[in-house]
Ligand binder design. Sequence first.
Ligand code: FAD
Length: 548
Amino acid sequence: MNSFSSKNRATIIKQLSAVNYDLLVIGGGITGAGIALDAASRGLKVALLDMQDFAAGTSSRSTKLIHGGLRYLKQLEFALVAEVGRERKIIHRNAPHLTKPEAMLLPIMKKGSFGKFTTKLAMIVYERLAGVKKEERHQVLSAKETSLKEPLLPKENLLGGILFYEYRTDDARLTIEILKEAVIKGTTAVNYIKVTGFTYENDIVNGVQAEDQLNGAAFHIKAAYVINAGGPWVDELDGLDNTKNAGKLQITKGVHIVVDQKKLPVKQSLYFDTYDGRMMFIIPREGKTYIGTTDTFYDGDKPHPKITAGDREYILKCVNDYFQAQKLKPGDIESGWAGLRPLIRKPGKKPSEISRKDETFVWESGLITIAGGKLTGYRKMAERVMNKVAEKMLRDLGRKIPVSTTSGIKISGGKMYKSVSFREFVKNKIKEGFTVGFTGEEAEKIVSRYGSNVDAVYNIARKLNMEEPENALPLALRVQLIYTIENEMCVSPADFFTRRTGMLYFEIKVVKSMKEALSAYMRKLLLWDENTSAVFEKQLAEAILEVE
Ligand code: FAD
């Protein structure tokens, strides 16, 4: 049985109440996924639950960068910069398909908050701390060189620029690939299962009460240890525990907007200081450009944070201040997303001043909670929290488990042949894609999305070419839908368009034109009844409304 296929969801759920788990992880964002992989690779029997789709919380709503955290240097967070810098290299090695080096240009302007000399100095410190490799170290550019790199920048007031490297990722796919690897190593991971309470023996947590959000079924799952990796919901989950340790989070909201690249045809990614002293990214991707982010305190609806008119106005003002010859209008915004940062509360600090460091709490009931952190630091966070579990296991049960080995584990999709470079691998697979029936653009998207799993996707295409040559849904969408249903527990059209492919953000027009055909195809594959179809139709309509 494929244990990450949504076709087998009912059987997988049955297993949840039949097994005594060593560890149960609440939350299928990057934090929970990283913990599940660390724990499963140390030989533990692990279950992971998410009340929504995997990555539907913050982990699909970030700036989508695996970054060294240059910004944190300003706050003198040296240890954090060093750690995320080291982690960046490890993620690049283990998931090359999801970490594309991205040259960032930081323009230096007269009256801006950066001086050439101090920025260069900061860069040297940053690169030392983060262990940046030689070929990716920064370059200092003259005003003329900066203009050549990015002709859209205004020439007056431009003093020069600094070019440095970050890695662009797909946050939701990274989360799902880590989970797939955890499942390969024995984890049982299920989406749309909400933890509604804890169970105890002698006041110590020994499992959870859970509820299937798709049919209302309630059940009990037994686990020796439970970790709360609930991201923005960490406090609500801790509030369900007898020890009632809620109140450690400060949530801030960050918004990104997406415009067609023709509306802001930047040649490359930019990192610039805004009129109010913050930093903002402009990142071209797949024919679109995304811009963000905002940083404001938040206490609204958590599953569906909205982009307000004020958020849009603020981002447009920041961009239009810079690119005065190419002003963006509200009507140019095609899509976007709002995400919630689960930060550790620090009274008196402004949103952008609050540290992004993670913290682990071990409560009296035995419940372990992890909060804060970054996408980039997920592996180290997982290792730290699992070291705490290992200590507890040794103390409580006399059971010794191995140390973490995740720095050497290639994650699903990252297992290319050793003999070829990633670039070579992509080139070869695009060529093969033509023979299967894809255009170059389609093949490139598929290879970069699924990495070394591309062979499985192409095999589905070969089968469909024989069995079903004609269909209202293009081949490229059909094969990805089948692959993600059978291998990534894709349950609904919204899961597919948002977390499996990112199309809701970067190809909203295709989503709108294909949504009926895709839903109909999915209904046929998964044998939905009328009620299920209506629920998922509503879910997708809401997801589209949320990004517009
Ligand atoms: P989440 O992804 O929110 O996962 C928590 C999960 O728990 C959710 O899926 C939720 O459904 C589930 N859950 C909650 N309660 C329950 C329950 N009762 N039962 C079952 N499941 C439950 N970091 C970077 O490194 N690079 C960046 O470029 C970057 N940019 C960012 C930009 C923005 C705007 C924001 C908001 C954050 C950014 N971050 C970035 C930070 C990073 O995205 C977060 O630190 C990370 O995604 C948090 O992941 P998480 O797993 O802790 O939380």
